[in-house]
Ligand binder design. Structure first.
Ligand code: TRP
Length: 452
């Protein structure tokens, strides 16, 4: 029988799990990645597919991932081994944990670089760097930052150290407070930005861009990107939510916790979109700016709005915090594994993983300037890391989770752990995990590579 409590501890309250999982989910994926990918892929139709993926694939897989974590009570690798053993299944399922550890490590490497941009913008905003800025000046400011490898390295290093410091102390201390105060603050600030966009931006144009579906703009690859974004933004498919689930008490409702996390995450992404596109359109910028989108667009709003210096600084501070609470969940699976299997101390395990991710991050940041000529599949290192993890590794992890829970585990163990009182709800969930999610993932993959 798997243990009832993880050796790494347990959340103090049920709410703590929801907060931590929300902290993991809400991050650069919502505020930085969502708007730029929507912008690159033509808006409305993409958003619709994304929302469908969140609801039909993301939510059910999140429940499956939490369920596995709570059953196994260990790092994803050992959780998969323990649950497989208890269910009489192959040890090969441990491989899924390894894919997750790899994905988390790869994501962290570039995530820290982007979070470094946000850190840099805290200081640009605070020192009045946005004052009097126009669209051209804003693009130049962003471009100048990317062209400066030393600055990027410094910010990337600071962010990685911040992340490692929290993980080394154990993910619970400080996390609860950070999430209860700072996440609502981020939402308030986004609402203020949406208000500004309503008053001064092309709000109807932005709204139409986000919500009016034009399916002719939607390629098979865009559908894959929408699905990848759903996994990325919900922190699914690599064991981050699983490891948080392993610290969850047995009584908590997995369905309710998942619904709360998914709802908050989606709210933040949509608010970010509603704030950014009207401002962008009014400034005459193109939505297809790529990864620089929010860094080019938002300073324009802060340049003009009353108290813009204050709001601008606060916004980027909150974005850094959101990224921070996400980044810690990216190394937690690997750290938990090293502690369990090699008996390393938390501090040493964290230092090791963070240093490796930091090194890879350097390659990612150099791809923005010094190594910009070096591309693979037409992408630089940073783009490639982002593309491969979000669109291949995470959906693959999600697919394996769905197969494991939907087909390999005995239905009675699944029901016992999920404990949905409503049988109809259970059947809907089980259908999504067993049939819809895995089929959808495979179809989207095959279409994107042109097989079907
Ligand atoms: N979800 C986070 C965001 O949107 C990023 C993240 C944290 C993540 N942990 C993850 C993505 C695990 C994939 C897997 O910023």
């Amino acid at each position: 029988m798997p243990a009832a409590v993880s050796i790494h501890g347990q959340w103090s309250t049920r709410l703590a799990f929801v907060l931590a999982a929300t902290g993991s989910a809400v991050g650069l994926g919502n505020v930085w990645r969502f708007p730029y990918i929507v912008g690159d892929n033509g808006g409305g139709a993409f958003v619709l597919v994304y929302l469908l993926c969140i609801l039909m694939i993301g939510l059910p897989i999140m429940m499956a991932e939490i369920l596995l974590g709570r059953l196994g009570r260990q790092s994803p690798i050992n959780t998969m081994l323990t649950v497989s053993r208890a269910e009489g299944l192959s040890r090969g399922w441990g491989l899924m944990g390894w894919i997750g550890v790899l994905a988390g490590f790869l994501i962290l490497s570039f995530y820290s670089v982007i979070a470094g941009w946000a850190l840099a913008y805290v200081f640009k905003a605070g020192s009045g760097g946005f004052t009097g800025l126009d669209a051209e000046g804003s693009s130049e400011m962003f471009g100048a930052m990317l062209a400066n490898p030393e600055a990027l390295l410094a910010w990337h290093t600071i962010f990685m150290v911040m992340t490692a410091m929290v993980v080394a102390r154990g993910v619970r201390s400080g996390l609860e407070r950070a999430v209860t105060i700072l996440m609502p603050a981020l939402v308030v600030l986004l609402v203020i930005l949406v208000g500004y966009a309503m008053a001064h931006g092309d709000f109807l144009g932005g709204l139409a861009f986000l919500l009016r579906p034009d399916f002719s703009a939607l390629s098979a690859n865009a559908v894959l990107l929408a699905m990848g974004q759903a996994f990325f933004t919900l922190s699914l498919g690599m064991g981050a939510i699983m490891v948080y689930g392993s610290y969850l008490s047995s009584e908590a409702s997995i369905a309710r916790a998942s619904a709360a996390v998914v709802a908050s995450d989606t709210l933040v992404a949509l608010l970010a979109g509603l704030a950014i596109f009207p401002i962008l359109l009014a400034a005459g910028l193109s939505p297809g700016q790529g990864p620089g989108l929010i860094f080019v667009t938002l300073p324009l709003a802060f340049a003009e709005m009353p108290l813009g210096l204050f709001f601008g600084t606060l916004f980027f501070v909150l974005l850094v915090f959101a990224a921070w609470t996400s980044a810690i969940s990216l190394i937690e699976p690997a750290v938990a594994f090293l502690v369990e299997n090699l008996g390393l101390s938390r501090v040493f395990a964290t230092t090791l993983v963070a240093m490796l991710a930091w090194l890879l991050g350097i390659a990612a940041l150099l791809s923005l300037n010094v190594w910009s000529g070096f591309t693979l599949f037409d992408k630089g290192v940073l783009d490639l890391l982002d593309y491969v993890t979000a669109n291949i590794l995470l959906p693959l992890g999600g697919f394996l989770i769905a197969i494991f829970v939907g087909w390999r585990m005995s239905q009675s163990s699944v029901m016992n752990e999920l404990r949905l009182r409503n049988m109809r709800a259970f059947r809907v969930w089980f259908f999504l995990v067993r049939y819809l999610a895995p089929t959808a993932i495979v179809v989207v993959f095959l279409r994107a590579v042109g097989v079907i």
